[in-house]
Design a protein around this ligand. Sequence first.
Ligand code: NDP
Length: 328
Amino acid sequence: MYNANSQRYETMQYKRCGKSGLLLPRVSLGLWHNFGSVDSFENQKKLLFTAFDCGITHFDLANNYGPVPGSAEENFGRILNSELKSYRDEMVISTKAGYEMWAGPYGNWGSRKYLISSLDQSLKRMGVDYVDIFYHHRPDPDTPLEETMSALADIVKSGKALYVGISNYNAEQTRLAAAILKDLGTPLLINQFRYNMLAREPEKDNLFYTLETIGAGSIAFCPLAQGLLTSRYLDGIPEGSRATHSVFLKKENITEDVLNKVRALNDIAQNRGQTIAEMALSWNLRKDRLTSVLIGASKEEQIRENVKVIAKMDFTDEELSDIDKILA
Ligand code: NDP
């Protein structure tokens, strides 16, 4: 039976999510990969226990995570309801709906019909009465934003989620969504979006400033560019790595140009006394830019390495300018 590390809250830092009452760990764990029915259940336990032992309290899911879709929620629920049950109130669990989940016109996008039934399915799969955060996973160009946002607000009123978030919404879409939610009396908690050294669109879009004015928090997915911003691919494509089995990271994305950037970044990381993965995460969190980074992991050691980011999140102006030159 799992017993959590009694020192788990000593090194992790927790940051207020926007102007809400909720604190999130600076490093959160996502279950997009490595938690499906095709993955080792024993390894899933190890990943969750290691994360929790390191002070990671926030676990991010979605209806479609697997494969097969839904299986990450089922596996998470099995572990939660056996060995992590007594820690439920120490955890922030999120899930989402917005991508295709079931056949027909009601299993995708952003209708009230889809969001409410999808969350009901997610709660059943995880065996919980409520999630802490429920997200709309991506903007829907065809459903009125008022309908999607009022479904989110009603979900909070029904007690099935404590807070709501949006994901993959740009700055303008975020402003509009937040205004509707505010009118409905359910403030927007958080926006979840891709942000890393190799994907800086949120900077160009002024998303950070927008979220600050709204008073919402932020969490970056793929902060390690799915493993590219680590030492994983520096000497080729290792057996079992994401690039060998996932359609989301193709071998052809691992170009010499990317690897040269990673090698140059690696030199800066070494001078800072960090690994490239640690530096990539600290760069994301620099100057309190984000509430949390949402990492993935296939091995316990990766989690242990990644939480070391907490020890060094500041950069000199010279380091930042050298990094910008490499990334230009
Ligand atoms: P990362 O960018 O952190 O990539 C994780 C992968 O990088 C791991 O699976 C592992 O790959 C490798 N890795 C991690 N740490 C190390 C390390 N220290 N050394 C070497 N390799 C390492 O994040 P993900 O792409 O996994 O995304 C994280 C989460 O973000 C998801 O689980 C999900 O919750 C969320 N997400 C949300 C999206 C949205 O639309 N809202 C979209 C995508 C993700 P390997 O398997 O090769 O070992």
